[in-house]
Design a protein around this ligand. Structure first.
Ligand code: TYD
Ligand code: MG
Length: 454
């Protein structure tokens, strides 16, 4: 029901309108306008103090608080900065509460006082998760609260160095009448958390829900208000989890952390390349190994392809872990430029381990795996294929080839197949470089051809 003081606010951008609209006039998103009651202005603004400072007198940032979880510290840019706000987004069930509980416990183990605020789960549920993940610690405190005022009260009482709020969407500022999770509430609660972080010097981690599209629910504004936005991702039915930074005021956004969900919580994966390679004794047709960059880290991954006769008028092209359009391009290039007959075949391609790879350096591996399956020929198990494939079929050089080669060599691979135009500088000894001009050349070099068609 519309009251006189209602407005409609876009959940994406925070744009407002007096009437309901199917499409936000500000950002153009569909179906995002929600009714919000207009809120009374905040009361009691303090008399302003001068903000003028002599810059030399300003102290630098306080030392970072390390969680002791190396993968998390790295993504944070070397630990958490006191007084900052970190937003952690991810789909339900991916492990956000678990990650932050383990981080909280680790902080406490390092001597910090830590407060967990939960608006989602009961104390018993959280304690049982803590037992299961061996996270109990005398310096770990818990408050099951959703009221901002009470949260502030508890925080002032305990003065923790670290706070975890699970989730920001369940918090409610009592001055506002609207329900929790709405745009106004969210904005207000984040602002109050920000003030609390500044006042107490605590690092505050906020769990944020994501929408169906995988972006943080709520106005973009919230992302601007926090110092750090992290996403926790992975396949629901796969144990691998990847933590990445989408924004970091205190570090780079190209770092990723890799974890595995186990029965006793999240475990850091120290040698991720090994995890993505399917260990097997004999090579099988339809597989090719490549080296991708996840942030600054090279990772070996196996591409698997299955090419099967199709009875469909439009054969299937199904990809997991890579972009479907990229697959379609790779298939078209294989057909037209390398004369691999694929038109009446269904093609399935997957990147092992539940990663989502968007790097063009994956192309050559994908093409090799598809052709390998098509002609039922195996590729040498000690070779890795790294290159972008252009629309003309040319194999192009990719960045950071030295780092990729070192990682491949470390894991025992003996040959690196790359563009013949790549400048093979800084490559480790012990890995042979095979330069290829184009896809047809690469296939010929490994004896993958129509002669073996079945
Ligand atoms: P949770 O941290 O509750 O996810 P989120 O807060 O993102 O919704 O983790 C939920 C899933 O993780 C749940 O399906 C159970 C699984 N899990 C484990 O496999 N091992 C564990 O030790 C824990 C605590 C959870
Ligand atoms: Mg949770």
């Amino acid at each position: 029901m519309k009251t006189e003081r209602s407005m409609y606010v876009c959940g994406e951008c925070g744009g407002a309108s007096l009437q309901w609209l199917g499409r936000c006039p500000a950002c153009g998103s569909f179906g995002t306008m929600r009714e919000e009651r207009e809120e009374p202005p905040r009361r009691g603004t303090k008399a302003r103090e001068s903000s003028l400072l002599r810059m030399e007198t300003v102290e630098g940032e306080s030392p970072r608080l390390r969680t002791g979880i190396g993968e998390l510290d790295r993504v944070l840019g070397g630990g958490a900065v006191p007084g900052s706000l970190v937003l952690l987004g991810g789909e339900p069930g991916i492990g956000k509460s678990t990650l932050l509980l383990q981080a909280a416990s680790s902080f406490a183990m390092g001597g910090a006082k830590v407060l967990l605020v939960s608006g989602e789960e009961s104390a018993a549920q959280i304690a049982s998760r803590a037992r299961r993940t061996f996270s109990l610690n005398p310096d770990l405190y818990l408050a099951c609260e959703t009221d901002m005022e009470s949260v502030e009260g508890v925080a002032r009482e305990l003065s923790p160095q670290v706070m975890v709020v699970d989730s920001i969407q369940t918090m409610r500022s009592p001055e506002l009448e609207s329900s929790p999770g709405g745009v106004n509430q969210l904005r207000e609660c984040v602002a109050r958390m920000q003030a609390l972080a500044k006042e107490t010097g605590a690092v505050i981690f906020l769990v944020g829900h994501v929408t169906k599209e995988g972006v943080l629910a709520g106005p973009r504004l919230v992302e601007h208000m926090v110092d750090c936005v992290l996403y926790f991702e992975g396949e629901r039915f796969d144990s691998l989890r990847v933590l990445r930074a989408a924004k970091n005021r205190f570090g780079s956004v190209s770092e990723v952390g890799i974890f595995e969900m186990t029965d006793a919580g999240l475990r850091e994966v120290e040698d991720p390349s090994r995890l993505f390679l399917d260990a097997r004794e004999k090579p099988v047709p339809g597989t090719a190994v490549t080296v991708i960059m996840e942030g600054k880290r090279p990772l070996l991954v196996e591409v698997q392809a299955l090419v099967a006769p199709s009875r469909l008028p439009a054969p299937k092209r199904v990809s997991t872990g890579m972009d479907g359009r990229r697959l379609a391009i790779n298939v078209a290039v294989l057909e037209r430029k390398a004369k691999v007959a694929l038109s009446e075949r269904d093609i399935y391609v997957g990147v092992c381990g539940g990663l989502q790879v968007s790097e063009p350096a994956l192309d050559l591996g994908v093409c090799m795996a598809i052709a390998s399956s098509r002609y039922d020929r195996t590729l040498p198990p000690h070779a890795v294929f790294v290159g972008e494939v252009s629309l003309t079929g040319e194999v192009r050089p990719v960045s950071r080839i030295g780092e990729r080669a070192r990682e491949a060599s470390r894991l025992g691979f003996l040959s690196l197949v790359i563009s013949d135009k790549a400048r093979a500088q800084g490559l480790p000894h012990g890995i042979e470089v095979v330069g290829v001009r184009d896809v047809a050349h690469a296939l010929a070099a490994f004896g993958i051809s129509r002669a073996r068609e079945h």
